[in-house]
Write a protein that binds this ligand. Structure first.
Ligand SMILES: [Zn+2]
Length: 316
């Protein structure tokens, strides 16, 4: 049976029958039909997320750069005193006090900047962009496979909005902790550098490296979370449309992990995700940094689609 969500309300029976007929033809008497188009991960949402984290991390970079001369002076000053006197304990306490003060100042300045940045709002916008692009891909899959158009506004409902809000909230937590974690690491670098007698230049290089590692981490989150939200929306769209199975599709490049390569082209149920090499059950996009996609398998006897009933059906 084919159910039309919007059709039940306003589509006249004749138009509805034509839709049924049109879709049935596409199945050629079979019950299942693989999507002709494989929905893609929204690249522009990923790029936008990376732009946001770059901007956010730059706030930390600016504060560190402003404080570097002071860090350098107190580090160097105490090291010189050490070398002269051959005593480490006193100057280490001095250094700790100074460094603590410098880092506390960086932290308080950073808090102000970060709170003015509006990360939450930006992530909500990103979630919306992701949904919009994911719906576009879904629409493309239905258009190319069944030859019909669905209503995009159907995916603007509370159910999807709640998911987007949850995602935005989780992502605020993931991103907003990075600058502070990075600062804590930098402070450790100064302390440890001092204890192990590292030169000022070497200590500063390590601070730079710590920043780069944090930036890379933030970018990885951006990629991972874009694919995760996309996978999550796709799964809900498909289940809602009465789709129970999908074909696992990797993006086919050299970065695809071995365990996912083994799943490529195989059919799985949305009720029963396959096990990864580490024993966890995952749908496409759920694993860390996974860029795989669940290619929908349409089911003729169980189809449920929000049809655009403003369009008159034409059958070739
Ligand atoms: Zn994957």
């Amino acid at each position: 049976m084919v159910i039309f969500i919007y059709g039940e309300i306003s589509m006249d029976d004749k138009n509805r029958r034509l839709y049924v007929e049109k879709i049935r033809k596409k199945f050629y008497g079979h019950d299942n039909l693989k999507s002709k188009y494989i929905p893609q991960i929204p690249q522009s949402a990923e790029r936008e997320y990376i732009r946001v984290v770059n901007e956010y991390m730059r706030l930390l970079k600016q504060e560190i750069e402003n404080a570097i001369p002071k860090i350098k002076d107190s580090y160097k000053g105490n090291r010189d005193a050490d070398i002269k006197e051959g005593v480490r304990t006193d100057s280490f306490t001095d250094l700790m006090l100074k460094i603590n003060e410098i880092f506390a100042r960086i932290e308080s300045k950073l808090i102000k900047k970060v709170s003015g940045y509006g990360l939450r709002k930006k992530l909500e916008n990103l979630a919306n962009l992701n949904r919009k692009l994911t719906v576009k891909e879904w629409k493309k899959a239905i258009r190319s496979t069944l030859g019909i158009d669905i209503r995009e506004d159907y995916y603007l409902g509370d159910f999807y909005n709640e998911q987007l809000q949850d995602w935005a909230k989780q992502n605020v937590d993931l991103i907003s902790t990075i600058p502070n974690d990075s600062l804590a690491k930098m402070r450790e670098i100064v302390y440890n550098g001092y204890i192990s007698g590292k030169t000022t230049t070497r200590m500063l290089k390590e601070i730079q490296r710590a920043y780069k590692v944090s930036l890379k981490h933030a970018r990885l989150i951006a990629r991972d979370q874009t694919a995760k939200l996309n996978g999550q929306i796709q799964r809900h769209q498909q289940i809602d449309a009465g789709i129970t199975e999908y074909i696992w599709c990797t993006c086919g490049d050299e970065r695809v992990r071995e365990s996912h390569r083994a799943l490529n082209g195989k059919k799985f149920s949305w009720d029963n995700p396959p096990l990864n090499s580490d024993g966890r059950a995952c749908h496409p996009g759920e694993d860390y940094q996974c860029r795989c996609i669940g290619r929908p398998v349409f089911n003729n006897s169980n189809l449920n689609l929000p049809i655009d009933d403003s369009v008159e059906v034409t059958i070739k």
